[in-house]
Design a protein around this ligand. Sequence first.
Ligand code: NAP
Length: 308
Amino acid sequence: MGTRRVLVTGCSSGIGLAVAARLAKDELRRFKVVATMRDLRKRGPLEKAAGDSLNKTLEIKQLDACCEASIRECVNSLPDRRVDVLVNNAGVGMIGPLECQSIDAMKNLFDTNFFGLARLVKELLPDMKQRQSGHIVVMSSVMGIQGLLFNDVYSASKFAVEGFCESLAVQAMKFSIKTTLVEPGPVVTEFERKVYEDAEKMDLSGTDEETAKIFREVYLPYSKKIFASLGQTPEEVAEQTVKVITAKEPPLRHQTNRLYMPMTALKHADPTGRLPLDAFYKMIFKHDSVFNATLGVLRMLQRSAWKK
Ligand SMILES: NC(=O)c1ccc[n+]([C@@H]2O[C@H](COP(=O)([O-])OP(=O)(O)OC[C@H]3O[C@@H](n4cnc5c(N)ncnc54)[C@H](OP(=O)(O)O)[C@@H]3O)[C@@H](O)[C@H]2O)c1
């Protein structure tokens, strides 16, 4: 296989930045990376991470996932419009009680997380079909498999992404195009900082006192503990994304965090949905000590996995 051109969205920080830098520095020089971001003034951290690969195996271009014209302009600027691998990574988060979130904010989230993907695929799929090759890699989430308390809208957007890719994958296969959903658990990036910052500022007057209390006093501390115990680095997710991209037979789904797998496995273990529902309910509302002990064990496992 020759050099493949990989277009990555959302490279100003976090996973997108790490994936772009990792691919550009590939020792075997298998990739030409088109690292895109909506605001080029934020290119500094990527330029630093890219180092010597900048303007050699990595070029930075503007692309806003919410703007069809900017997607087209970016793709048109590439030789033969050729993109061998799309890494659709741009995404935003949202947490909190539903009653405190406006429909406009929900639509904006879907505009990036779901319609952003739809726009990019619409732009690239016809060329990929014509060439009978290509790989669509989508940064989904474990929340695209299993919903989580106070993540209703974010999770819904990732479910949308999962349904979209699962449906598309069959047609894509007919044209020898591969589809992969990368499903990270918690990853320590700007994403986490932004959602917690928004949560601290959130006006909770739209909901009842009990819900506000559960959000502040139960959900937020739990969620922060989960990030601290199970959180991966963007570089770890990037490493696994490269493995997926270079696999001979890439999987439709790839979960990046083995420690999170027991939570998603519950979903498949009981088609009625009762098992995960009960497990999450008990973990969050009934068994604080079990939850903390479990996280302690997982933290130890995580540390020993890193040492290996
Ligand atoms: N962090 C986690 O725990 C986690 C877990 C599972 C999945 N994910 C998924 O991983 C992906 C990357 O998230 P991250 O953790 O790396 O967060 P991040 O550091 O906040 O990065 C998100 C990136 O998306 C960009 N972006 C947002 N809206 C965009 C738009 N309309 N057009 C183009 N770029 C846009 C951001 O650009 P700006 O700097 O301009 O805002 C930023 O570069 C997301 O799809 C997220 O849902 C994250």
